[in-house]
Ligand binder design. Structure first.
Ligand SMILES: CCCCC/C=C\C/C=C\C/C=C/C(=O)SCCNC(=O)CCNC(=O)[C@H](O)C(C)(C)COP(=O)(O)OP(=O)(O)OC[C@H]1O[C@@H](n2cnc3c(N)ncnc32)[C@H](O)[C@@H]1OP(=O)(O)O
Length: 279
């Protein structure tokens, strides 16, 4: 069971020290010996394009490459938006090859974050729909800023699309089957207090406290001896990860066929135009 690929990843290939390394779309820093902070920084809404997904995966691997680092806080440079989810423009009238590569990058990001040897704490600043919720649910602990207008959840059905089976599985694991049926079917977006009540998040805090609370939580996780902690994480997460690894290309095909359908394209186009009322 412990042989699950990905978790307990070798760090030999990876860059060692992290000193406020800044790269496109993400900022990686190490404010304490054992905790790294990965800031999502793709204006205006931290949507996940292929390049953004690749940048986040690379930064997680870089943090893992420092043997002293045991925990990672995932935050946003935007205090009102953690992540608006997948970059919808990637799915709007796409080139097929690019669409498939985009999906592989999203799969890899999920496998990298969900399977990280690091304890991961999401500091959810503001909105976190769909792919944003995926990022948050892939972490070990979730702290969200208060404000009932902020929303988190899986709203895919409202765009005329469906969450892939592995995201559905993650949702069920996080909030249970009945609430997932309601949440997925209705494309429900939860306020912080609602999200807390269904265990989609673990804590609601004041905006100004979110990073401090997340850092404190990360320090707590970082103190747990890693051998047992990582082995426990493998036991809890490897089955889902192994299944996706086996079905990766099948899943790419399902995604491509679903997105390329004329009806899906009409729905995505209409949704994109409604956003901000500008497109
Ligand atoms: C059975 C087979 C299954 C196959 C699987 C198929 C598909 C499922 C795939 C994966 C699951 C995950 C899916 C997703 O993540 S889809 C994305 C869902 N996200 C959303 O619905 C959020 C949309 N955005 C918003 O609601 C708002 O932008 C906000 C986050 C609440 C912020 O609001 P605010 O008022 O501050 O900003 P604007 O709305 O004015 O937006 C500013 C600017 O950004 C553009 N934008 C917003 N979100 C996205 C996005 N996700 N992708 C791309 N672009 C986005 C918006 O259009 C504005 O642009 P403009 O040029 O007009 O300034």
């Amino acid at each position: 069971m412990f042989a699950s690929r990905g978790l307990l990843r070798s760090s030999r290939r990876l860059v060692g020290g992290i000193s406020s390394a800044t790269r496109t779309y993400v900022n990686l820093s190490k404010p304490s010996t054992s905790v790294a902070v990965l800031e999502l920084d793709r204006a205006p809404v931290n949507s996940l394009s292929k390049e953004m997904a690749d940048a986040v995966s690379a930064a997680i691997k870089e943090a893992e490459g420092d043997d002293k680092v045991q925990a990672l806080v995932l935050k946003s440079s935007n205090p009102k938006i953690f992540s608006a989810g997948l970059d919808i423009t990637e799915m709007n009238n796409p080139e097929v090859e690019r669409l498939e590569d985009f999906w592989r990058s999203i799969q890899d990001l999920f496998l990298t974050l969900y399977g990280s040897r690091l304890s991961t704490v999401a500091a959810i600043e503001g909105h976190s729909p769909a792919g944003g919720c995926l990022l948050a649910m892939s972490c070990d602990y979730r702290v969200m800023t208060e404000g009932e207008n902020f929303k988190i959840g899986l709203n895919e059905t409202k765009l005329g699309i469906a969450a892939p089976y592995w995201l559905k599985d993650l949702f069920v694991k996080t909030i249970g089957n009945r609430e997932a049926e309601l949440g997925l079917g209705l494309g429900k977006l939860y306020s912080p207090s609602e999200a807390l009540s269904v265990n989609l998040i673990d804590e609601v805090v004041k905006n100004e406290d979110v990073l401090e609370v997340a850092m404190k939580e990360a320090e707590t996780w970082a103190k747990i001896p890693p051998k047992g902690r990582v082995a426990s994480k493998v036991m809890l997460r490897s089955e889902m990860m192994d299944e996706l690894r086996e079905k990766k290309e099948l899943d790419v095909g399902w995604f491509r066929d679903f997105i390329m359908e004329e009806g899906t394209q009409k729905g995505i186009d209409a949704y994109l135009k409604s956003l901000g009322g500008k497109k």
